[in-house]
Write a protein of this length. Structure first.
Length: 480
């Protein structure tokens, strides 16, 4: 057939007998064919304007399938062995969709502890998804009866786990837990046994997580200042579909929210260069800027490079560039060691200043002479540029630390290797290893890649990066 049936009928009715009959039937209505022109940009703008002016009641409710009053079913199971411990989760929606989850514990745990860890993780995931009603199915008699209150938790560890579970249960409108035979919990049981040793045999559709600390050992951090930040209205809309009362502000939020996503209690922003950027408060942003600019591996770079480096670390806040400019302007070391332009009245590229009598004259007056590297046109100035950058970094750090330059050289070299260069738009580290280095700022304030680090697959992924590195180096060479 054709994607333009009306045109075919009116222009070529002889194509088939059926089309001929259609042409006869349509002839009495005086129907003509007109080619469809391209959609103009103004039509798209009008559509966006109409969509942005919708009120909250006209918008589709966020995660309506998740917030339904019908309960979700959660199957949990934990396993502990000499090879390790793990847990498996199977979450089933009221409409039958399934979500599988595998946990690997990087700590020693008994069978009962893994059962509790599986239950706590399942409840945490369900709450983050916005589920309000849940039914839990577990084959652990001890855990089920302790949660119901039919068994008493005598051991101190079990008491702590039970208290954690009761806190999690309070977050749901409806909660039910039931013991089921192991034969009815086969999938969660299989996931827990596979995850206890390795993730290698799991299907790619299974979500995995490495838990490095027991739930009862995690320290709860309370916010001292709970005042609203720039993220508050975006989080309110994405999480609860709540808009400000001011219509102008509400419309602005609706236009901005398309670039953001809210998951696991964290706000993310879509980036043009990387998948997602973690949104942080201005106070957290100041910490990242100071760590990147003045920390152990810092290079005291300019404001634009500083802001770009923070974005490469997957952090974002609206005033990132303005804050970077303010920090560089306030940095005494950067301002005192800033490069200045000097115009010489006499050519200085000869050897007349390195030989007598000028050399002796400088020595008598106590003048220190400094000479640049030997010029090599075939090197395109790369060596001179690197040396100038390293010396500039040493000059700044020595003014701050007042120590031997050899002690500061490794930090300056590291900062140089982890800073994007203007010529290649890449860092020397990434051109060598195919991936950006983890810097101290990502440890103090975990970035998305440090939060999702999986030790068991990390080495394999690094090898994949090396296989794909040649094309990246060729692109960098073209830019030069």
């Amino acid at each position: 057939m054709t994607d333009q049936p009306l045109r075919q009928i009116l222009t070529k009715p002889e194509v088939s007998g059926r089309m001929t009959k259609w042409a006869v039937e349509l002839a009495e209505h005086d129907i003509g064919y007109q080619s469809r022109t391209a959609i103009k940009a103004q039509a798209l703008a009008d559509f966006l304007a109409e969509g942005a002016s919708l009120t909250l009641t006209e918008l589709s409710p966020l995660r309506e399938d998740v917030r339904t009053k019908e309960p979700w079913v959660l199957f949990v199971d934990g396993a502990s062995s000499k090879e390790g411990s793990g847990a498996g989760l199977l979450l089933i929606s009221p409409t039958g969709e399934e979500l599988t989850y595998a946990l690997r514990f990087d700590f020693l745990a008994s069978n009962n502890e893994t059962e509790y860890e599986a239950l706590l993780t399942g409840l945490r995931i369900a709450h983050q998804m916005g589920i309000t009603a849940i039914k839990v199915r577990s084959d652990s008699q001890l855990v089920v009866l302790q949660v119901r209150g039919e068994y008493e938790a005598k051991e101190e560890v079990m008491k702590k786990y039970l208290a954690k579970v009761q806190e999690a249960i309070a977050l749901f409108d409806t909660f039910e837990i039931e013991q089921v035979p192991r034969s009815q919990n086969k999938r969660a049981d299989a996931l827990s046994k596979l995850a206890s040793s390795s993730f290698a045999h799991l299907n790619k559709g299974v979500l995995v997580e490495v838990v490095r600390q027991k739930s009862i050992d995690q320290v709860q951090v309370l916010a001292i200042d709970s005042s609203a930040t720039w993220m508050t209205p975006l989080v309110d809309f994405l999480d609860s579909s709540v808009l400000p009362e001011n219509k102008t502000e509400a419309r602005r939020i609706q236009l901005r929210v398309a670039k953001y996503a809210y998951a696991g209690g964290t706000l993310y922003r879509r980036s043009y260069l990387s998948p997602w950027l973690k949104c942080v408060t201005p106070e957290e942003g100041d910490y990242v800027l100071c760590e990147v600019h003045e920390g152990l591996c810092a290079a005291h770079v300019g404001s634009r490079v500083l802001a770009k480096k923070c974005l490469l670390l997957s952090y974002y806040w609206p005033l990132i560039f303005q804050d970077a400019v303010a920090l560089v302007q306030k940095c005494r070391a950067c301002q005192s060691a800033a490069l200045e332009s000097h115009t010489s009245s006499y050519p200085t590229n000869g050897r007349q200043f390195a030989e007598n009598p000028f050399k002796s004259w400088c020595a008598e007056l106590g003048i220190n002479q400094h000479f640049t590297s030997v010029g090599h046109p075939q090197a395109n100035g790369q060596v001179e540029n690197v040396n100038r950058t390293i010396l500039q970094g040493l000059k700044i750090r020595l003014e701050l630390a007042q120590s031997n330059w050899l002690d500061e050289l490794p930090s300056v070299l590291w900062a140089y290797r982890t800073t994007p260069r203007t010529a290649t738009h890449e860092t020397p580290f990434s051109l060598t290893y195919g991936v950006e280095a983890v810097v101290p700022a990502e440890i103090g304030l975990p970035s998305p890649r440090t939060q999702n680090f999986v030790a068991s697959t990390n080495e394999e992924e690094l090898r994949y990066n090396l296989d794909m590195l040649e094309a990246k180096r060729e692109e960098a060479a073209v830019r030069m």
